[in-house]
Design a protein around this ligand. Structure first.
Ligand code: OAD
Length: 252
């Protein structure tokens, strides 16, 4: 199928849908200048996850871990939401039920204006005090002190899910429920390799949803997708939205 036909097909599937889930990964933020994890320029090519994104790494060297998070927070703030995030936020009003399930910790869906967001891997703008276990927003960027401390004097850590840690139970249950109930799922900018999040599109498909994939390259989801559109999310999503708005206003 040519790209234009694929976009037409994606719009047709979305027009039929009342419950829509958008499932996103690092690729959606790539055009904001935030590196993805895998692939040629991916962060896991340059850094070892074991040194930066595990409870052991933090215990061993909180300064090193926080330097990496401070750098990522600066990149996110500089980049801000891109046309892909902004389009998803605009799409919300076209459907009775519309949710975003993201593996990203950058908070850019919220910044773009999306309302129903499930963050499966936490949020880089939230921290947890190691002593009191309280969780709070922490927006200082760049950090004035590394590693930063809580008012109580104890270390704080980013409120994100590290390797070897459990996913937030409420979020993962909600994500599976939404995936089982949706009519259509857009899978955007994820390599669909990290479980349990990687099971969500398969769960949606098994329960009858159509799958529309947007990625630079094929992923494990491509084999079950109704349509896989290969290209940049920041270019393809606005095209789909423009076409969708046109169809809806024509009453087609
Ligand atoms: P990955 O880095 O594994 O995959 C990014 C995907 O985005 C790839 O499939 C790219 O082809 C695609 N991509 C890149 N640029 C794109 C663009 N402009 N438009 C569309 N697609 C693009 O990121 P995730 O799948 O999110 O977990 O990785 C999942 C988890 O693995 C992350 O949440 C993180 C990581 O280790 C934790 O930190 C727990």
């Amino acid at each position: 199928m040519a790209e234009d036909e694929k976009i037409t097909e994606a719009c047709r599937l979305l027009e039929e849908a009342k419950n829509v889930v958008v499932f996103t990964g690092a690729g959606i933020s790539a055009e904001s200048g935030i590196p993805t994890f895998r692939g040629k320029d991916g962060m896991w090519e340059k850094y070892r996850a074991e040194d930066l994104a595990t409870p052991y790494a933090f215990e061993n060297d909180p300064k090193k871990v926080w330097e990496w998070y401070d750098w990522r927070r600066q990149k996110i703030q500089e980049g801000g939401p891109n046309p892909a995030h902004l389009t998803i936020a605009k799409m919300e009003k076209n459907f009775p039920n519309f949710s975003v399930i993201t593996q990203n910790v950058d908070g850019l869906h919220r910044k773009a204006g999306s309302k129903n967001i499930i963050e499966l891997h936490g949020n880089i703008w939230r921290v947890r005090c190691l002593e009191e276990q309280k969780i709070f927003e922490f927006l200082e960027v760049p950090l004035s002190e590394i590693p930063p401390k809580c008012k109580c004097g104890s270390l704080i850590r980013p409120d994100v899910v590290w390797f070897g840690e459990a996913m937030p139970q409420k979020e993962i249950s909600q994500a599976f429920l939404l995936s089982e109930e949706c009519d259509s799922m857009l899978v955007v900018g994820t390599s669909v390799l990290v479980q349990p999040a990687a099971s969500l599109p398969f769960s949606a498909k098994t329960n009858g949803a159509s799958i529309i994939e947007i990625n630079l390259a094929a992923t494990p989801v491509s084999s079950i997708a109704n349509v896989s559109i290969f290209g940049k999310a920041g270019e393809i999503l606005p095209e789909i939205f423009q076409r969708l708005e046109q169809c809806l206003s024509d009453g087609m």
